[in-house]
Design a protein around this ligand. Structure first.
Ligand SMILES: CCCC(=O)SCCNC(=O)CCNC(=O)[C@H](O)C(C)(C)COP(=O)(O)OP(=O)(O)OC[C@H]1O[C@@H](n2cnc3c(N)ncnc32)[C@H](O)[C@@H]1OP(=O)(O)O
Length: 299
């Protein structure tokens, strides 16, 4: 009996380890040394990444470093990874809102940290850590929304592309300022932007470091809505906006997000097979049986 329990726990651990390897892009095979770059980043302190999970199945991540326009210090990059890990293990979650403290989104990476790790090796490690984290954010079985107030600059612009939807408030802007810093996006923002708006528009935004205002973002398909309320009401407006998409039981809502992830990321045949597997998790499930028993109509 003891051996059976032990074997089972080992299998579960193995499955979880494999699951995390699949969700992440880089591991030691790619020359990525997570412990080493985290040790380095831990030297650049300040700010925090705060997570709150609510009973209605919506979580909020607050990028919190207002004295530097919510720029990501080293410790904040580490914390973001920890918060995403936490959300990966939150089995009742349905939605996620990512926003910045004090009415501005995020001004990218902390320039003090950038200066101190400007050698290419460490820059690449930081880039791999952030790509891993943002890819895992994008692959969460939660419907995610970036609430953009004020400015989303550089890495902040990249962060917002890792969410499923973007809501912008009046006067806000998304701007890939990398070129003006002698850089290109490194947190996966260019690849995601091309998926969102196509390579022609993406090229304009990156090569011109253009400011994208809400109306323009709507036209491009980069933003999904413009919020017109007041500063203290934007978070609840974002919650209301996401509600219709996360209505109903969490297993069904999470299954919907999972079929979208596989359809987006896999080749058609693989995506079809994955869709079948996910279908099998909801077919004959409680929500399915209840809908059948009620004789649900869709008038
Ligand atoms: C792969 C990732 C690539 C990247 O993310 S590279 C970083 C890209 N971001 C930037 O270059 C942003 C540089 N900052 C700016 O352009 C301006 O500060 C910004 C955000 C337009 C705000 O302008 P203002 O409203 O006039 O405010 P301000 O300049 O006085 O800023 C207030 C305080 O925040 C600081 N701050 C803003 N962005 C920062 C950053 N990324 N890293 C470190 N500190 C940053 C700024 O230095 C100022 O601090 P202080 O009050 O002078 O002590």
């Amino acid at each position: 009996m003891g051996i059976f329990v032990c074997r089972n726990s080992l299998r579960m651990l193995n499955v979880r380890w494999l699951y995390h390897r699949c969700l992440s892009l880089y591991n030691s095979n790619h020359g990525f040394n997570e412990a080493k770059i985290k040790e380095k980043l831990a030297q650049f302190t300040g700010g925090s990444v705060d997570l709150s999970k609510m009973d209605n199945g919506i979580a909020e991540i607050c990028i919190n470093n207002p004295s530097r326009m919510n720029a990501f210090t080293g410790t904040m990059m580490i914390e973001l990874e920890e918060r995403i890990s936490d959300l990966e293990n939150w089995k009742n979650g349905k939605g996620l809102i990512v926003y910045g403290a004090e009415n501005t989104f995020c001004s990218g990476s902390d320039l003090n940290a950038v200066k101190a790790i400007s050698n290419p090796q460490e820059g690449m490690m930081m880039c791999m850590l952030m790509q891993n984290t943002l890819t895992r954010l994008q692959r969460l079985p939660l419907i995610s929304v970036a609430l953009i107030q004020g400015k989303a600059l550089g890495g902040g612009a990249e962060l917002c592309t890792a969410c499923d939807f973007r809501l912008m408030t009046e006067g806000s802007e998304i701007r890939f300022v990398h070129k003006q810093m002698g850089l290109v996006p490194g947190w996966g923002g260019a690849a995601r932007l091309i998926h969102l708006i196509g390579s022609r528009h993406a090229l304009k935004l990156l090569s011109g470091a253009l400011r994208v205002h809400p109306e323009n973002a709507l036209e491009l398909g980069l933003a999904d809505n413009i919020l017109l309320g007041t500063e203290d009401g934007f978070l609840s407006e974002a919650e209301n906006w996401i509600m219709p998409y996360i209505k109903g039981p969490s297993d069904v809502s999470r299954a919907v997000k999972k079929v979208i992830i596989s359809g987006r990321e896999q080749k058609l045949e693989d995506a079809l097979r994955t869709e079948k597997e996910i279908f099998g998790t909801v077919w004959g499930g409680l929500a399915n049986l209840q809908a059948l028993a009620k004789g649900t109509k869709h008038k």
